[in-house]
Design a protein around this ligand. Structure first.
Ligand code: NAD
Length: 508
């Protein structure tokens, strides 16, 4: 397609040698016990960009033992929140100082544009700072009205050793939605990044040490879901697993963790709809829809992969999104002007293609794109911006997570219809409405079965505002006070004042 905006040149280049990565266990960088390594090939440039230790069960056992010892001896869990906050604030400063180095690796391993990696890494510093503020301001309750001789206090205590398992699509951001909050609460951690994007998580180990985090408080094991992730989910000495990734793996983790009844928090997939009413600012809505579907190459849990447009404006609105899509700059992620980069693996590119093919065979119409594409001079792991109309709500492309730059268009006539379509999916992560009528916005916001609802905006997020999914998009919440509280146990202490207790056994 010649009428797309494609960038093939770049201002940055791929480093001559791959980044070498090791586990971070008990404050030391170590090879795998069995010496195994795995390599990551850059999705955009097709060359090896990192070589990482590949963990086994014995590496997980060493990491959990270090985390358990660090929790139980109180070197972190029982120091003051002021001291914990100071370490987190120092990590935030170090993240900012190292943004460029981290962003380059994030782009090389994930294929996302360098401008978005820079935003992801430097923006994550604010999550660390916010978590530090929660450490110092969070508290329990007191009950001073239980009677003259009774006092009750509810204490919040760190839950213990936390396993943190993260995906490849926002490696550093998602890590920072979990780790600083767990650390702020006083927990100790074992972290596993995706085998596809290990660099920034492993590199964070250096910053944690430099910031003065005591040895053993955060341990990082690199490797695959099997055996590393599953061992982290079953281990007897782990008190909680927090996972972000696919719904299928989330369900598996829930099963694995049930053996020890450890707490499980899950952030899973989404099939998020934006509903567009005729009275909305259609230019603004079209721009937000374009951003919502192509940001992170559509490989985003919050991708607005479905729009539900009022029939009266559907043609006009789709034409606007098609026109904008042609202007979005696809291509070399090492160019700061690029807005959409590469697809994470060749297998995933094929999966995106098969969703489009299946929709077309069922009668859907391709308004734009629909094909995999080569970016001249770089590689073939890219996908055209794609818009599909004539879709019915029962087609897989309208219900399942495609996880690519593919927008599906549905239409509605009444508010009830729009709500029904938006909720007609097993997911419940996010939803949005565009309308200048406050009654429309509030009715939709209250009826959408989604953890986040945006009105007249898309994908704005803040460390203060809880994030998470309903239905099969997850359980529990991240960030904000609610996200912090996930890492705490609640203990009630009930105290008698004075010798007022009546004997249960009557004296003879
Ligand atoms: P994935 O489920 O394949 O992998 C996620 C992590 O789990 C990786 O570290 C992987 O190694 C590990 N893993 C795999 N099998 C495991 C097992 N049996 N036991 C323990 N760990 C295991 O997901 P992905 O492809 O890396 O990421 C994409 C998915 O993540 C999408 O579905 C997306 O919607 C979801 N996601 C959700 C959010 C959210 O906040 N809701 C954010 C980002 C991504």
């Amino acid at each position: 397609m010649t009428d797309l905006s494609i960038i093939s040149d770049a201002t940055l280049s791929v480093p001559a040698t791959p980044q070498e990565l090791r586990h971070f266990i008990n404050g030391k960088f170590v090879e795998s016990a069995d010496g195994a390594v795995s390599e990551r090939v850059s999705p955009s440039h097709g060359v090896v960009v990192s070589r990482a230790a590949k963990g086994s069960e014995s590496d997980v056992n060493a990491a959990v033992a270090a985390a358990r010892a660090a929790f139980d001896d109180g070197r972190w869990s029982r120091i003051s929140a002021k001291e914990r906050a100071q370490v987190l604030l120092t990590v935030a400063d170090l993240i900012e100082l190292n943004t460029e180095r981290f962003a380059l690796m994030e782009t090389l391993e994930s294929g996302k544009p360098i401008s978005q990696s820079r935003g992801e890494v430097s923006g994550a510093a604010d999550l660390w700072r916010y978590a530090a503020s929660l450490a110092r301001t969070s508290h329990g309750d007191s009950h001073n009205s239980l009677g003259d001789d009774m006092l009750g206090v509810v204490l919040k205590e760190p839950i213990g050793v936390v396993s943190i398992i993260t995906p490849w699509n926002f490696p550093f951001w998602i890590l920072s939605q979990k780790l600083p909050f767990a650390l702020a609460a006083g927990c100790t951690c074992v972290v596993k990044p995706s085998e596809m994007t290990p660099s920034t998580t492993a590199m964070l180990g250096e910053l944690l040490s430099a910031a003065g985090l005591p040895d053993g408080v955060c341990n990082i094991v690199l490797g695959y879901g099997q055996p590393v992730g599953s061992q982290m989910s079953t281990h007897n000495e782990v008190d909680m697993v927090t996972f972000t990734g696919s719904t299928a793996v989330g369900k598996r983790i829930s099963e694995l963790a049930s053996g020890t009844l450890k707490k499980v928090a899950l952030e899973l997939g989404g099939k998020n709809a934006q509903v567009i009413f005729p009275d909305a600012d259609l230019d603004d809505a079209a721009d937000a829809v374009t951003f919502g579907v192509y940001f992170n190459v559509g490989q985003c849990c919050n991708s607005s992969s479905r729009i539900i447009v009022h029939e009266d404006i559907a043609d006009k609105f789709v034409a606007k999104v098609v026109a904008l899509s042609r202007k979005v700059r696809f291509g070399n992620p090492l160019n700061p002007d690029t807005q959409v980069g590469a697809i994470v693996t060749p297998e995933h590119r094929e999966k995106i293609k098969s969703y489009v093919r299946e929709a077309v065979e069922s009668g859907a119409e391709v308004c734009l794109g629909g094909e995999a594409m080569d970016v001249p001079g770089i590689g073939a792991q890219f996908f055209q911006p794609t818009i599909i109309r004539g879709v019915s709500a029962d087609m897989p492309i309208a219900r399942e997570e495609v996880f690519g730059p593919v927008l599906t268009v549905l239409t509605f006539r009444t508010m009830d219809e729009a709500i029904e379509l938006a909720n007609d999916t097993e997911y419940g992560l996010s939803a949005g409405i565009w309308s200048d009528n406050i009654h429309n916005s509030l009715t939709f916001a209250r009826s959408a079965r989604a953890g986040t609802v945006w009105t007249n905006t898309w994908m704005d997020g803040f460390p203060e505002v809880a994030f998470g999914g309903m239905k099969q998009s997850g359980q529990g919440r991240e960030i904000g006070q609610y996200g912090y509280d996930e890492f705490l146990e609640v203990k009630s202490v009930v105290m008698r004042i004075g010798r007022t207790r009546q004997p249960w056994v009557k004296p003879a």
